[in-house]
Design a protein around this ligand. Sequence first.
Ligand SMILES: [Zn+2]
Ligand SMILES: [Zn+2]
Length: 347
Amino acid sequence: MSETFLAYACKGKSQPLEPMEVNFCTWDDDMVQMDVICCGVCGTDIHTIDEGWGPTEFPCVVGHEIIGTVTKVGKNVQRIKVGDRCGVGCQSASCGKCDFCKKGMENLCSTHAVWTFNDRYDNATKDKTYGGFAQKWRGNQDFVVKIPDDFSSEVAASFLCGGVTTYAPLKRYGVGKGSKVAVLGLGGLGHFGVQWAKAMGAEVVAFDVIPDKVDDAKKLGCDDYVLMQKEDQMEPHYNTFTHILATKIVNKCWPQYMKMLKNNGVFMQCDIPEEPLSNIPPLVMAGKQITIAGTFIGAPGVIQECLDFAAKNNVRTWVNTFPMEKINEAMQFVREAKPRYRAVCMN
Ligand SMILES: [Zn+2]
Ligand SMILES: [Zn+2]
């Protein structure tokens, strides 16, 4: 008989999560098992439940900002010990052999990337992967990172997806002293974006549509906050930014976004809207040599680097916590864009 554990599973499109016993994946010598301490709620969980990006194999246990205490390690595991506090993000395995895996870009693995939920391991039994809204997590050691002691577990959780998703592109495109960064959307991703950019030495301006976020923007370190209620409010900012970190975009504003960038500017698209990007003005993009960049989570090495950078530079998640049993309330809270700025469920 296979071993099971208690999880909160979604049994069909847009259904609430319900307690359910699910099977552990088959144990092997490279695996780590944790008792889940907490797990953050991220937009991807909702896109998956709603099948917004494609089909989901139900029942599905979402949750990919997982912090836990290690309770068991395989024979080949040396880096991680029983009792360590560790974390796992969106990805749980990769092929380890392709060009991207070999260069520390496992998030771009072109052959066997395995996602933390709504996926199957590449083992003989093709076991389903289950995410962090559960009592336990088990998976490959390579995707388990160590959590610095500087953070509480609830503060650490959201670095595993929301944090690294915003850290990685800012780092990749050279944000530092002399950069001026616009962060579009001061929400779960944006609140990380402004803190990273500031800690990297840039001048930072946040753009959002909600008036009462002004004080938060200041506390997060923004040099300015633009309440975007009309398109012409972007005009004074034309030709001023070296980088735009977009966590929420409106297609009709692409001409303004392009105009806000300086020549050779970089537009980093962090979230993944369910609709295609459209209305990008090719002439402005060409004339200013603008790079429009996609970015996709972070490899385990980058997640570790992001956690260490946050510990050193006092970047912290602003968290609203919920008991794990209230997972559906937490999901609804995120659906309504209410977190200031991430929601995390605690076991
Ligand atoms: Zn690979
Ligand atoms: Zn996520």
